[in-house]
Design a protein around this ligand. Structure first.
Ligand code: GDP
Length: 365
């Protein structure tokens, strides 16, 4: 399963946020085969479409889809030249598919900041620099190998060499690989290098509770947003401590708390959705049986593989998929009305799934 790793300097609120994630916790009974790893927090993806489907095609049970956050603890500064903990830190980041980078954006004299001052951009660069140094080392190693091979007639080596030579000066300038525009031919080569600064990133400003209703008010948030925009990344603001409290409340208390804070939904929901998109994940639904259920697939997945997410038999015996868009069910309200309107489609094995598809798979057993 794809996972987003939570990183950040010490004392910025990572654990607080991770606690909020695990407290908000998925209804584990729905996921009997889930592995229990203390560093992994499984969350349900909030999706209002699921409730609407359940309203129109009621089932006994509603099961949201889930995905995982990984808590990447560990030191940061000097990690790229460090042994032990430093290497472990970088290795853990290498394992995740996207990075959720938490930045301290609140004042509190009681909580020590590792560098003695609250300076979000400086913090971000401290981490990105470590990741970049590690990438530079990897690029240099690779260059030494590829240069030799590229002298001959090895086309692949020549192509890789060109990519490495494009990357190296950017890293040397202290910038992340994700700031580089690659051609479609270069992209798979870059992917194969598994560089840390090429992973998609979401910057999370941990703002003061007072700024929750209007994050733009936080003097720290805007610079983080601007920095992210320059990388083509996204930034969101959450108040980790408040989120940790909210995650422990029951639904009624939660509604009261949110109203008192002047916000519509927990910041955690925004974090979950943003991370889901960051990972390139989308959702399809099944309905009309025992349960109304959301399923996660990677953007670009074809129908048989999507069927395989439910059960491997569905993929093996795949015949076709009966598909309607959520918007059409929402509009026409019943499956037969959708059909009468000519919006119920039969799709074959080459069909690329869309976010929001409501699907019934036909298969041979
Ligand atoms: P980590 O080292 O990044 O995991 O940081 P922690 O989550 O342990 O947080 C460090 C300290 O900052 C703890 O005492 C938290 O209670 C506190 N903290 C975390 N988030 C906030 C926040 O939004 N506001 C304030 N005032 N304190 C926070």
């Amino acid at each position: 399963a794809l996972t987003a790793g939570i990183v950040g300097l010490p004392n910025v609120g990572k654990s607080t946020l991770f606690n909020a994630i695990t407290n908000a916790g998925a209804e584990m009974a729905n996921y009997p085969f889930a592995t229990i790893d203390p560093n992994v927090g499984m969350v349900e993806v909030p999706d209002a479409r699921l409730d609407r489907i359940q309203e129109l095609i009621p089932a006994k049970k509603v099961v949201p889809t889930t995905f995982e956050f990984t808590d990447i603890a560990g030191i940061v500064k000097g990690a790229s030249k460090g042994e032990g903990l430093g290497n472990k830190f970088l290795e853990n980041i290498r394992q995740v598919d996207a990075i959720v980078h938490v930045v301290r954006a609140f004042d509190d004299d009681n909580i020590t900041h590792v560098s003695g001052k609250i300076d979000p951009l400086d913090d971000i660069e401290t981490i990105n620099l470590e990741l970049g140094l590690s990438d530079l080392e990897a690029v240099d190693k690779r260059l030494a190998k590829v240069q030799r091979a590229a002298k001959g007639s090895d086309k692949a080596a020549k192509a890789e060499l060109a990519v490495l030579e494009k990357i190296k000066p950017v890293l040397e300038a202290g910038k992340s690989v994700r700031t580089i525009d690659f051609t479609d031919d270069e992209k798979p080569i870059v992917k194969g290098l598994f560089l840390l600064t090429s992973k998609p990133v979401l910057y999370v400003a941990n703002i003061a509770e007072d700024d929750m209703a209007d994050p733009e008010n936080s003097k720290y948030f805007k610079p983080i947003q601007d920095y992210a925009a320059k990388e083509g990344a996204e930034a969101i603001a959450v108040a980790a401590e408040a989120e940790e409290e909210i995650a422990q409340l029951d639904d009624d208390e939660k509604a009261d708390f949110l109203e008192a804070e002047g916000v519509k939904e927990p910041g955690l929901n925004r974090l979950i959705r943003a991370s889901y998109h960051l990972l390139g994940l989308q959702t399809f639904f099944t309905a009309g049986g025992k349960e109304t259920r959301a399923w996660t697939f990677k953007k670009g997945t074809k129908a048989p593989q999507a069927a395989g997410i439910i059960h491997s038999d569905f993929e093996r015996g795949f015949i076709r998929a009966e598909v309607m868009a959520f918007e059409d069910l929402d509009k026409y309200q019943t499956q037969s009305a959708v059909k009468e309107a000519g919006k119920l489609r039969l799709e074959g094995k080459d069909y690329v799934m869309n976010d929001g598809d409501i699907v019934e798979f036909r298969f041979n057993v």
